[in-house]
Ligand binder design. Structure first.
Ligand code: GLY
Length: 369
């Protein structure tokens, strides 16, 4: 098992990565937190696949079924909204959980964000344990305390920073993850490779048929991503200095793609993957990077994105409009671009014409026109 410590303004917490962690680590972890009751926030499908293992580990520590309740909500980014949060508050209230309780976020990025927001706001803060079940959540979203929900026209527009007591990533659960979700996680790993880690890119370049069988290799890459994130969160927890903003590589375009397609047609990872292609093209067009950066990104990302069906009716104007409402900083749009691989730069206002051209170039490529 790997253990990475995250230092934050409210203390230090561990991210545990390995196998059989629900059986071997969860009881001790919850035993140390000593909650009066536990709210498991998840989806019915995840509970069906892995809930028994989780619940069996929690029951003995929390006084059996009276001490544990579930709030299950419908899957999909389109449900990561305030209405789902309000339903959650009602369930929490009816269960009697209070500030001495513990919220367990058991699922992927959507569950982690929404459950984290519930934990941060219910009774002004209930403790939180992140138990991610997707590759994307394990390598990125469960770590670092960003929690929140979407508004109709703007992803993650409502939220806060709320650090968990711990993150427990049992890599064994990825065995049941659908291929599309795995590839979304691989995009997020590629992001860490393109930003910081050439060796990681060499490793995932060999994962043509999906994740490696070798547990050590897979767990090692997940731990390496978390270690990169730990370095960033330690120096810029609240996303103020530009260091943490680098982790948004591909996200300005990606969020706009998700918003413009109403969170339905493209998964988060797919949108971020396409977003990184757009960012690489924009890096070339604005003269920051030499020609070849986009082609390099194609080599890294297209094997992962090969099955993505790009919505044919989407046009570049709609994406740029969505971007303007999603990522405003005053009237300036900020982009993470690369001078070359592992050399990220934050660029303000590269110019709408160039942005439009980068979007249009990649869309043509994705549509095969
Ligand atoms: N996923 C980007 C961040 O946590 O800042």
């Amino acid at each position: 098992m790997a253990e990475i410590r995250i230092r934050s303004s409210v203390g230090e917490y561990p991210v545990l990565i390995g196998r059989d962690l629900y059986e071997n680590e969860l009881p001790d972890l919850i035993g140390r937190i000593r909650p009066t009751s536990v709210a498991v926030v998840s989806h019915a499908s995840i509970m069906g696949l892995h809930g028994k293992r989780l619940i069996e580990a929690i029951y003995p520590i929390c006084g059996g079924e009276n001490g544990v309740f579930q709030y299950l909500f419908a899957e999909g980014e389109e449900n990561k909204n305030l209405s789902t949060v309000e339903d959650g508050y009602e369930v929490f209230l009816a269960s009697g959980i209070n500030r001495e309780g513990l919220v367990v976020a058991f699922g992927g990025g959507v569950v982690g964000d929404l459950a984290g927001f519930l934990a941060a706001t219910y009774m002004r803060g209930t403790r939180l344990l992140q138990v991610p079940t997707t590759l994307m959540a394990m390598v990125d979203s469960s770590v670092g305390g960003k929690v929140g929900v979407d508004l109709k026209g703007a992803k993650n527009a409502v939220g806060t920073f709320y650090q968990p007591q711990a993150v427990l990533s049992d890599v064994g659960v990825l065995g049941t993850l659908p291929e599309r979700e795995l590839r979304g996680g691989m995009v997020e790993i590629a992001k860490y490779g393109l930003l910081y880690d050439e060796i990681m890119l060499q490793k995932i370049g060999k994962w043509h048929d999906g994740l490696p069988e070798n547990a050590e290799e897979l767990d090692g890459v997940i731990a390496a991503c978390v270690a990169h994130k730990a370095d960033v969160v330690t120096v810029d927890e609240r996303d103020l200095t530009g260091k943490r903003a680098m982790l948004n590589y591909g996200h300005t375009f990606g969020h706009a793609l998700e918003t413009a397609t109403a969170y339905i047609h493209l998964r988060h990872g797919e949108a971020v993957g396409i977003g990184m292609l757009m960012a690489a093209r924009l890096s070339e067009l604005c003269g920051l990077a030499g020609e070849g950066l986009h082609e390099y990104h194609r080599c890294v990302l297209m094997p992962i994105l090969k099955d993505v069906v790009f919505p044919r009716d989407l046009d570049a104007g709609r994406i740029v409009n969505a971007m303007q409402s999603d990522k405003k900083k005053g009237h300036v749009m900020r982009f993470v671009l690369l001078q070359e691989p592992q050399e990220p730069r934050l660029v303000e206002s590269p110019g709408e014409a160039l942005i439009m051209r980068a979007v249009a170039d990649i869309m043509r490529d994705m549509k095969g026109d």
